[in-house]
Design a protein around this ligand. Sequence first.
Ligand SMILES: C[S@@+](CC[C@H](N)C(=O)[O-])C[C@H]1O[C@@H](n2cnc3c(N)ncnc32)[C@H](O)[C@@H]1O
Length: 230
Amino acid sequence: VVNAPGSRDWAGRANRLAADALAQDDPTGWFERLYADADSGAVSMPWDRVGPRDLLNEWTLRTGPPEPGDQRAIVVGCSLGEDAEHLARLGFDTVAFDIAPTAIRLARDRHPDTAVQYEVADVLSPPAGWRRAFDLVVEIHTVQALPDPPRPEAIANIADLVAPGGTLLVVAARRADDDPEPDGPPWPLTRTEIESFAAAGLAIGVIEAVTDPVDASHRRWLAEFVRASS
Ligand SMILES: C[S@@+](CC[C@H](N)C(=O)[O-])C[C@H]1O[C@@H](n2cnc3c(N)ncnc32)[C@H](O)[C@@H]1O
């Protein structure tokens, strides 16, 4: 929840839409409804910001720009496109996708001169051509928005996007293995879950437990996985 409480606050609408969708066994059905409500002005825009997530920005400052050549990146659950635009500015040939058509339309509208290829796609059934196709895969806060099931399937599919020699960066809310799982989204990931990104042939690079220096209740994983070059 990032917005001040109020009748136009998207977070309250998200809670209601998510509860309805989950009751109907449709765990991804609420994202498009939320973006459409925001687009009509009924609520504020969810996950709205200017510029990349801080943890992605810091990570790319540490790792530096991509090697010259065709380095392909993909952003999972890209929302309005700020992280994808950041990677494209750094020099990655970037694809970004979201399940919500309205989010993808808004991302394209917000970045009319973009080099990013924005696509409507579901991480639970990604296009076959994306398999092992990306040198950098960025997953921030999408998996935690899905219940279990289908969370493990989403984790396996994301890992499968990583090309030989490529890297997966995951940022997710964090909970202890013995903390109770919340009833509704977001579902912070346990260490066991974050480690499960390595199950599809990836090796764990780093798994860092990050706590926000200003608000200690904001606990995150920042994790890096790599696939050996073939
Ligand atoms: C919590 S938001 C995070 C957005 C963005 N990654 C960020 O860090 O601000 C989750 C995003 O994932 C998208 N999403 C949810 N389920 C998805 C799925 N199955 N496939 C692709 N995108 C999905 C939602 O529409 C939403 O834009």
